[in-house]
Ligand binder design. Structure first.
Ligand code: BGC
Length: 744
């Protein structure tokens, strides 16, 4: 009898689900979607509903505290509707089969994974990639990552991470797009488009997850998971734009952050998850916690126990509990006691089911589990080519005295440093299923390019520790060469989650070795691998050329080599300020002027340090090329900007050097007088142009009033009339300047 009932139910569900598959529904507001979701919802028991709100990690690639849950059994019972850290077409098929053949309602699983900068083909770390300022290339990188993930059984990535950060002590700056809200917003949108494509149901698309909501990038003292405390104005103007852009681009999931905000942990914050996310930003997807962030509200001290923490979370707007097991354990009982309403639970389940429909999972739950496709699409030549392209564009040339670079082929080169010979580090943190055994190190690629006999190698020292015993060999090797290339920086594990530093200099005795190499009086090129802005004051004194390579991914070594030898002219520009030392942090270009700015004549009583200049070593937007660019004065179409109008600012940029190159032209504004103080510069436009030797191009930026809006004294969002400065240049420091007036 019971068996019959179940069969009937199954048939009913199938009948309801079928029409959904025939027309793919792209729009979250599509009413047909609601009808189908509701028709499933009404068949569900309360346990099954709560099961959809549960996400457990498989035992494959655990990224936090493990609960040792028997997730397979939970899937079978309908108590777990979503899995993360499981991939490969075969394994996800096995789990999906349990969900759709053995659970009562046969609702397909979501498979989440941290596909942050690639699945198996690994792209540069996100911070590096952002330095390309190349939105098409960034979107392509996410698209390729989605295609590989989709072919490996994954239908949901925990990316993009769009947290603005101005603190390089925080290890997770490596996962973001740097310090700037305007650029960050453009990149957030590009990444969401890349992951989700035009249609979530497309077999190459996966669900994106904008994270970590919100303001996770501003922990006090740069210590991961630490308290965040900022004004709401600062939050809304400087931190919110990239989250908003990701949501506007269609991201259908958002991850709540670990940190507190204004005294309330983000996972229990009605202000963040309901007032801002749902009401202000109009988010229509579902909210998942970051790992056990519900449980952690007990440690935060806003809930006496996990059950109470769960109540805070559901009331704030959290739909899915990642790994914490709190909803699974307490929600039903809380419903029975009247502490939560079934309506609330239904709302969350509805959001989750909606996304499963949009992904086309009810149509074909195995659409991501195709082994033949996995073999064909993952790590393909075309994907590796895309990774090479972005990697080249992410490299930033920080210094190049006397044209030390590019190198001439065939010279005798001494390559020094453990990182030169490392494959694993090239991939950086969050390397997903990235393979490093079969990729080339920087040393390998330099040998291929320059000829093995012309390349000498000595490790010299490790990236960490204080063993100097390799110094003599490194020095004797370097003595025999025409030029020295020292590859130095951080271990890949020194950035990313839970990898904050208080000292952002190059670790170990690497710089000491550089000092010794300097005594040989040979040209020295430093290639850096690191996941955050470093204090490079000492290296900047010692090296003739510095190439910032970040962790450049599977094809990174080739990219570095092509740039070193001038096969590609570097074009990347920093998206985070590089301080002179850790004491300048937080340091960012959109600072306020203060009442006592540094340029005042008084020698003492102004906003400055007594032991260090105020300005950074390398400013936001900075990066050299092997050629040079000259900027004309700015021409404005009009010096008056009216409310519904726009003005155009143009400059003529000329390649004045000796090789073809690309330049990222940047446009900034400053609002001179506001009801609240305004930043000294804010990026409002950029364009990457290619110029042949001697060629000129006019670059135009359109300034509209909405670009000048901010949260005014009364917290309304809009513009204020008055005078503005407008700047255009190749970085945030070296700019041409003009002005205009915004009238009412
Ligand atoms: C991280 C998230 C990540 C999650 C799942 C957490 O520890 O903060 O960014 O998506 O783990 O792996």
């Amino acid at each position: 009898m019971i068996m019959k009932k179940i069969m009937l139910l199954t048939l009913t569900v199938a009948a309801i689900l079928l029409p959904a598959c025939q027309s793919s529904i792209k729009n979250a507001n599509d009413r047909r979607l609601d009808a189908r979701v509701d028709s499933v919802l009404k068949l569900m028991t309360i346990d099954e509903k709560i099961g959809q709100m549960v996400l457990y990690s498989s035992d494959w690639d655990v990224t936090g505290p493990s609960l040792n849950k028997n997730y397979i059994d939970e899937i079978r019972k309908g108590n777990c509707g979503n899995i993360f850290n499981a991939y490969t077409a075969a394994y996800t098929r096995k789990l999906q089969k349990i969900a759709v053949e053995e659970s009562r309602l046969k609702i397909p699983l979501l498979f989440g994974y941290d596909v942050i900068h690639g699945q198996k083909t690994i792209f540069p770390i996100s911070l590096g990639e952002s330095c390309s300022w190349d939105l098409a290339a960034i979107e392509k990188s996410a698209r390729v990552s989605a295609a590989e993930a989709a072919a490996s059984g994954i239908n949901w990535t925990f990316a993009p991470m769009v947290d603005i950060s101005v603190d390089p002590r925080w290890g997770r700056v490596s996962e973001g797009a740097g310090e700037d809200p305007f650029l960050g917003a453009k990149i957030a949108a590009a990444r969401v488009h890349g992951f989700q494509g035009n249609n979530l149901a497309d077999s190459l698309s996966i669900l994106a997850c904008v994270k970590h909501f919100a303001a996770y990038g501003a922990p006090l003292a740069g210590r991961d998971y630490n308290t965040v405390d900022m004004s709401k104005r600062q939050f809304l103007d400087m931190y919110l734009p990239p989250y908003k852009a990701g949501i506007d681009a269609g991201a259908m999931s958002v991850m709540s952050a670990f940190n507190e905000f204004d005294g309330v942990p983000a996972t229990g914050s009605q202000y963040l998850l309901t007032d801002v996310l749902r009401k202000q930003l109009g988010f229509k997807g579902f909210v998942v916690t970051d790992y056990t962030s519900i449980n952690e509200m007990v440690n935060h001290g806003v809930a006496a126990n996990e059950a109470d923490a769960g109540l805070l979370a559901i009331k704030a707007g959290v739909d899915m509990d990642m790994q914490g097991g709190v909803y699974a354990k307490y929600l039903k009982n809380q419903l029975e006691k009247g502490l939560v309403s079934e309506k609330m639970i239904d709302e969350s389940v509805r959001r989750i089911l909606k996304v499963k429909f949009m992904l086309g999972l009810f149509d074909d739950p195995y659409k991501y589990c195709n082994e033949a496709r996995e073999k064909r699409e993952v790590y393909s030549a075309a994907h590796l080519q895309a990774a090479l392209d972005v990697a080249k564009k992410s490299l930033v040339l920080l210094k190049n005295n006397d044209q030390t670079l590019p190198l001439n082929k065939g010279q005798k080169l001494a390559v020094i440093g453990e990182l030169a010979n490392s494959k694993r580090d090239l991939l950086g943190s969050w390397k997903a299923a990235g393979e490093w055994n079969d990729i080339n190190s920087i040393l390998d690629e330099i040998k291929i390019y320059n000829g093995t006999t012309k390349v000498l190698y000595a490790e010299g020292c490790k990236k960490m520790g204080n063993d100097r015993s390799g110094f003599p060999l490194a020095l004797s090797v370097a003595k025999q060469a025409d030029k020295i290339i020292m590859v130095m920086g951080e271990d890949a594990g020194w950035s990313g989650e839970a990898a904050s530093r208080t000292d952002i200099r190059v670790p170990g005795v690497q710089t000491e070795l550089l000092e010794k190499l300097k005594t040989l009086h040979k040209p020295i090129v430093v290639v850096l691998m690191n996941g955050r802005p470093l204090d490079l004051s000492r290296e900047n004194d010692l090296a003739d050329a510095i190439l910032e390579a970040w962790f450049p991914g599977s094809m990174g070594a080739k990219a570095v080599t092509q740039v070193l030898f001038g096969n590609y002219n570097p074009s990347g520009k920093l998206t985070m300020t590089f301080p002179r030392n850790v004491g300048q942090i937080p340091i960012f270009y959109y600072e306020k002027n203060t009442g006592r700015p540094i340029y005042l004549p008084d020698p003492k009583y102004k906003s400055r340090y007594i032991d260090c200049p105020n300005d950074p070593l390398f400013p936001f937007g900075y990066g050299l090329s092997y050629t040079t660019f000259a900027y004309s004065e700015i021409k404005l179409s009009n010096h008056i900007l009216s409310p519904d109008d726009s003005i155009t600012a143009s400059v003529n940029v000329t390649n004045t050097g000796t090789c073809d190159g690309e330049e990222i032209v940047q446009c900034y504004v400053r609002d001179l007088v506001g009801s609240v103080t305004r930043p000294v510069k804010e990026l409002k436009g950029f364009e990457k142009i290619a110029l042949k030797v001697g060629e000129s191009k006019v670059v135009k930026f359109t300034i509209t009033p909405d670009l000048l809006a901010f949260h005014r004294l009364d917290m309304t969002y809009g513009t204020e009339p008055g005078d503005f400065k407008l700047f255009i240049g190749g970085n945030s420091r070296d700019v041409k300047e003009t002005g205009f007036k915004l009238v009412q």
